[in-house]
Design a protein around this ligand. Structure first.
Ligand code: 9WO
Length: 222
């Protein structure tokens, strides 16, 4: 069982997502257990302050260290891995998702506003991850992306045996095209090899399609 704790000021941004489809199934199977910690709930001042103006000036607000230290320390154990989501992090990919499936406890620390006090990252964060070169409103959706890519790889979560191995990227290539009924739709027909019943020929066609697409669209992967 992989335990995942999410530290965020806006848990509702992910709660609905985690309660649907594959993420719900993974919880029912007890492959994963999610918890939210809201730093606002561990503040001790009357106004429940979580942010303050940046030293040195500039626009916007920075998340204060005290509520984030309290939130992380309320769930962290020696076997936890604390992950901060930001564009400054190491690029996330399928291999990183596979690595995270082997951890017992992940803590996703989501930044809001203009970011978190740097001492939080220095003292508490094991790993900083980016899901791509763009800026979001906060780290919550990035945490959702990493959780989705990781949890679906846990044993038993995807349907049939070998389903995850069929994924695009587990082969290092882009996916081949897929077709279902009807055989002809608005003048476009399914490639005849897929109707042939010749499984060796079908496998060869899919491999060739995957290779050709990767060459055309993502030669950096080859
Ligand atoms: C907002 C902002 C506003 C005015 C001036 C400077 C500013 N910087 C930022 C900013 O970078 N905010 C971040 C929002 C703070 C950390 C959490 N946020 C975030 C994470 N945005 N995008 C991500 C993210 C995470 C992982 N992969 C890609 C993007």
């Amino acid at each position: 069982m992989l335990r995942i704790d999410i530290i965020t000021l806006f848990p509702e941004m992910l709660a609905g997502f985690l309660d649907q489809s594959m993420m719900k199934r993974a919880q029912t199977l007890e492959a994963v257990a999610f918890r939210f910690i809201n730093p606002r709930d561990v503040t001790t001042d009357v106004h429940h302050t979580t942010d303050d103006r940046p030293f040195g000036g500039g626009p916007g607000m920075v998340m204060k260290p005290e509520p984030l230290f309290a939130a992380v320390e309320s769930v962290k154990t020696p076997e936890s891995r604390v992950i901060y989501l930001s564009p400054q992090g190491r690029a996330f990919n399928q291999r990183a998702a596979e690595r995270l499936t082997r951890e017992p406890h992940l803590i996703f620390l989501c930044g809001h506003y203009e970011g978190v006090d740097e001492r939080v990252i220095e003292a508490l964060v094991d790993e900083e991850i980016s899901i791509g070169d763009y800026v979001l409103t906060n780290g919550v959706l990035a945490a959702g992306v990493i959780i989705d890519a990781t949890v679906r790889l846990l044993p038993g979560v995807l349907g049939g045996a070998g389903a995850a191995e069929q994924d695009s990227f587990s082969s290092g290539l882009l996916d081949h095209p897929h077709y279902t009924r009807p055989e002809t739709f608005r003048g476009r027909s399914v490639p005849p090899v897929l109707l042939s019943g010749n499984h060796a020929a079908i496998a060869a066609w899919r491999k060739e399609q995957a290779l050709e697409r990767t060459r055309a669209r993502r030669p950096d992967l080859l």
